[in-house]
Design a protein around this ligand. Sequence first.
Ligand SMILES: NC(=O)c1ccc[n+]([C@@H]2O[C@H](COP(=O)([O-])OP(=O)(O)OC[C@H]3O[C@@H](n4cnc5c(N)ncnc54)[C@H](OP(=O)(O)O)[C@@H]3O)[C@@H](O)[C@H]2O)c1
Length: 297
Amino acid sequence: MHVNHRTTKSGLKFSELSLGCMNLPLDYPEAKNILSTALDSEISYFDTADLYNKGENETLLGRFFKENGHRHDVMIGSKVGNEFFRGSDEVRWNPSREHIMESVKDSLQRLGTDYLDLYMLHGGMIEDNKEETIEAFNILKREGLIRAYGISSIRPNVIRFYLDYSDIDVVMMQFNLLDNRPEMLTEEIAARDVRILARGPVMKGLLTEQYQDVLPKKFKEGLFDYSVEELNTTLSQVQEPLTVSTMNYLLEQPVASIVAGASSVEQLTSNIDAYQQVDYHTHSRDRFHSINYEDHL
Ligand SMILES: NC(=O)c1ccc[n+]([C@@H]2O[C@H](COP(=O)([O-])OP(=O)(O)OC[C@H]3O[C@@H](n4cnc5c(N)ncnc54)[C@H](OP(=O)(O)O)[C@@H]3O)[C@@H](O)[C@H]2O)c1
């Protein structure tokens, strides 16, 4: 496929469409089919986290790139901050320097690589000792264990702190036509030469041609201030294919990459087809409510 790229301030070159690996099947041959489809389509950023299946998702990616030898042709991003324990379901928030310095070694080992292209803080609260977290990321960058770092957060106060006091390349946030809350922050983010990794671009399948199946399964309570009926009406009124529409909208924003998740080759292929149809102009934004973040301002 034809893919355009966007480069961040530390030189990370993202394919505009990338693969969110969180929902990959646990079965290796099935996951491998999805990953191979992405690689063959010149998707060059693969997004994971240490927490996804307690390290298994990283292990799976590591196995895939070891088998095909393409590690250095792609970028891998992982995340840290949620401490998990073998034999227990407890997850403890831990953004300490010590935890980050230890966790990066585990992630590198599972991924079978000696550097991460991107390392993100997997959440974060305003009460955290943020200076300590930032120091850890800066050390890892200086030592060459990571090429760049970022934060995955939807808390405006936390994002603003990292924009002001750290050297982040990216902020990962859920961003799509329905969840357009990041519009509140796009100017501030762009002004710092930071870019957004837009996760959840198809809103769990709602912004796809399958929306009528997805609505009753995943959104029977509605979404934000939309009722189910309003969602149905709004989505049915969009003229262009919904996934093309949400991608056009995102590519007009300061977005480095659209990080779309997929649990089957069919879903990925359909998202790739949509990306092939973008014309970089938002056509349908006016049909959707403007939503704002209400907490952590
Ligand atoms: N806090 C964080 O840092 C954070 C949180 C969430 C995600 N992420 C990252 O962002 C990535 C993407 O986020 P996401 O997985 O929540 O968002 P998404 O891309 O909106 O949703 C992925 C899910 O949507 C459905 N889907 C995708 N394409 C479809 C299609 N063409 N037709 C029908 N359904 C489709 C599938 O659901 P089914 O599998 O149910 O069919 C798929 O698993 C994740 O993989 C992960 O890497 C980060």
